[in-house]
Design a protein around this ligand. Structure first.
Ligand code: F6R
Length: 242
């Protein structure tokens, strides 16, 4: 794992945007794997700046997102469809038909998971996968206990995850209990992975990751089984690593 420690959130976002932009300049038809949450918001802001001010084009790329809440309509303000549209897609020249997220309202969740995994196989491999990490080490919505062999599947969200995400909803009870997520194997299929971590809240998780003990108890640790992972962490997130 290649580790880059930077001063703060803004610098983390800038370094991440440079890597994304290099990828897109190298291959205009890049497949990007995207995440939601607070962590990549700054990165998406910098990508929008790059599009507007430096002529970076996203016209031919395709994107696949890690996950989506189950039961939320795609137009619900807290769906990950809406998150991606509001924070990135509507600001750049991506073609919406080239953006993919799991359908949280699919009639058969099992079929939707199979369909999504087959889609990743068909259009992939993802050239560059962006990841954030939960305080419990989850990546995507792969909570502790998820096996390495997992493909896209339905998960019941951890109480801690629902609590952490409650800030986006009217009340903690409004946070969906289930989600569809790419599995660990789906994520590890990507050519290259960029893991971002910012803030002191993530410091215990970053410390645990850097202990290099690969275990289901801490899903992000499976990233040690991939040979091209870059972690960009800011000082606050990296402060507990000796
Ligand atoms: C989001 C996702 C999650 C988040 C993680 C961290 O698509 O897959 O794994 O990356 O929960 O969330 P933030 O960035 O809000 O701390």
């Amino acid at each position: 794992m290649n580790v880059i420690v930077v001063e703060n959130y803004d610098e983390m976002s800038l370094r991440a945007a440079e890597i994304v932009e290099q990828q897109v300049l190298k291959n205009a038809k890049s497949i990007l794997g995207l995440a939601t949450g607070s962590t990549p918001l700054g990165l998406y802001g910098k990508m929008v700046e790059g599009f507007k001010n430096r002529g970076v084009s996203y016209e031919q790329i395709k994107t696949v997102n890690l996950d989506e809440y189950q039961g939320l309509n795609r137009n619900h303000p807290n769906s990950y469809h809406s998150f991606m549209y509001e924070n990135l897609f509507k600001h750049i020249n991506i073609q919406m038909r080239n953006t993919y997220l799991p359908d949280g309202q699919a009639r058969s969740v099992e079929e939707e998971c199979e369909r999504y995994e087959a889609l990743i196989e068909r259009i992939g491999p993802v050239h560059l996968q962006i990841l954030g990490m939960g305080t419990n080490g989850h990546i995507g919505f792969n909570e502790p206990g998820t096996p390495e062999g997992s493909l896209t599947h339905c998960v019941e969200l951890d109480e801690s995850t629902r609590k952490n995400n409650a800030r986006f909803f009217e009340s903690p009870e409004a946070v969906p209990t289930h989600a569809i997520t790419m599995g660990i194997t789906s994520i590890l299929k990507s050519d290259r992975i960029l893991l971002l971590a910012s803030g002191k809240k993530k410091a215990p998780a970053v410390k645990k990751l850097m202990e290099q003990q690969v275990s289901e108890d801490f899903p992000a640790s499976f990233l040690w089984n991939h040979d091209d992972v870059t972690l960009i962490a800011d000082r606050d997130a990296y402060q507990l690593v000796e």
